[in-house]
Design a binder for this molecule. Structure first.
Ligand SMILES: [Zn+2]
Length: 378
């Protein structure tokens, strides 16, 4: 979503990744603790101490966010939902679900697990701080767990705002879903509230920025913007998945796609296929069987002076799970694969490597758009 992710480690079978933008959050938190928070409460400490306290606070925040996301991921897995892993990014963390919860009860427990975990961890940090003070540890050191106690409670409170896709919004959606047994309607209501909260955060942030708190204000504007976008995207995705439910790839593929023989030269492939049809992927077929698929990327790897002599079959991508799909694959899964893998075209392949057709993202989306115009969901 925000560019490069780095894998940090694996734990309980989950991959923990950090997005490059998390680095920005880590620096911002360390800096604001070292130059604002700790000097305000404990003046006259050496500068190195402030930075050490700032780094300790940042590491504590890192583990607090992980703890929160792990609670979501573990509850999800206990309910049999496949989980993709955990990623930390600019605005905190996210436990990546590979599919939406199948019923309101699962959604409720998955969503509420995070805030409960944060409240418990917050209480633990407060207890540690109190224990340190009783044991005679200097006040400025006990201030770190004290700060983390507060942060965890704030994390729980913010996440319980009742707008989708925040945890509170998921709890609300689960309740509405359970009440009326209508996921679509429940998602619509919870997403609208999520969008409203996003807009309110932006307005509050802008007021704050104008009032002099520029960095803090802009931060809230960004969070509001992100929440507003995520709420509306989450709803759109659900509508698309619902519309494709029960359909398979064979329903949407074009059955008589343009194919090329592997024996033609790269030059004639460019002139007679790429330029002629404007497709960015053309299946290469021999005796009705798929040999590979030729893309612009393959052509670009061949030096231009060799275009007249090299055969296209020598330079094409082999068929693999990345560029093929089976005709009986559910259409919503195909849509997700194409959107996540950023592929506009997949070759539809039957047993024995026979080419059954080509599925394009454009066709899928056009079908969805027709359906939403004829059957508006409000
Ligand atoms: Zn959460």
């Amino acid at each position: 979503m925000f560019g490069s992710n780095f894998t940090l480690f694996r734990i309980f079978g989950f991959q923990v990744r950090a997005n490059v933008t998390w680095l920005f959050l880590a620096i911002l938190v360390t800096w604001s603790l070292a130059s604002g928070f700790f000097p305000a409460f404990f003046p006259d400490l050496p500068p190195g101490t402030y930075w050490a306290l700032g780094v300790a606070g940042m590491i504590g925040l890192f583990f607090s966010l992980l703890f929160h996301e792990f609670s979501h991921a573990l509850v999800a897995r206990a309910h049999g939902l496949p989980m993709g892993g955990i990623t930390l990014f600019l605005f905190g963390g996210v436990a990546e679900m590979e599919m939406e919860p199948p019923n309101p009860k699962t959604e409720f427990w998955m969503a509420i697990a995070g805030p409960i975990a944060s409240v418990v961890l917050g209480a633990v940090f407060y207890a540690v701080a109190a224990g340190m003070l009783t044991a005679g540890v200097p006040e400025h050191i006990a201030a770190v767990p004290n700060y983390l106690g507060l942060i965890n409670l704030l994390l729980a409170a913010f996440n319980m705002l009742p707008g989708f896709p925040l945890d509170g919004g998921r709890v609300l959606r689960a309740a509405l879903w359970w009440w009326r047994d209508n996921l679509r309607w429940a998602t619509k209501v919870a997403s609208r509230i999520g969008q409203g909260i996003g807009i309110a955060l932006m307005a509050l942030g802008a007021l704050n920025a104008v009032g002099g708190n520029v960095v803090g204000g802009m931060w809230w504007v960004l969070i509001g913007l992100f929440l507003q976008g995520a709420a509306s995207a989450g709803y759109q995705r659900l509508l698309q998945q619902e519309d494709l439910k029960g359909e398979t790839v064979s329903r949407f593929m074009s059955r008589d796609p343009v194919t090329a023989s592997g024996d033609i030269t790269v030059r004639s492939f460019v002139d007679d296929y790429l330029y002629e049809y404007g497709h960015d992927l053309v299946p290469i077929v021999r005796d009705g069987r798929l040999v590979g698929c030729a893309t612009i990327k393959d052509v670009k790897q061949v030096p231009r002076e060799d275009w007249g002599t090299r055969r296209i079959a020598e330079v094409v991508d082999r068929c693999s799970d990345a560029n093929t799909i089976r005709p009986d694959t559910p259409a919503d899964a195909a849509l997700q694969r194409m959107q996540e893998g950023q592929r506009g075209r997949l070759m539809v392949v039957e047993d024995g490597n026979r080419l059954a057709g080509v599925l394009t993202l454009k066709d899928l989306l056009r079908r969805l758009s027709l359906k939403s115009q004829l059957e508006p969901s409000g």
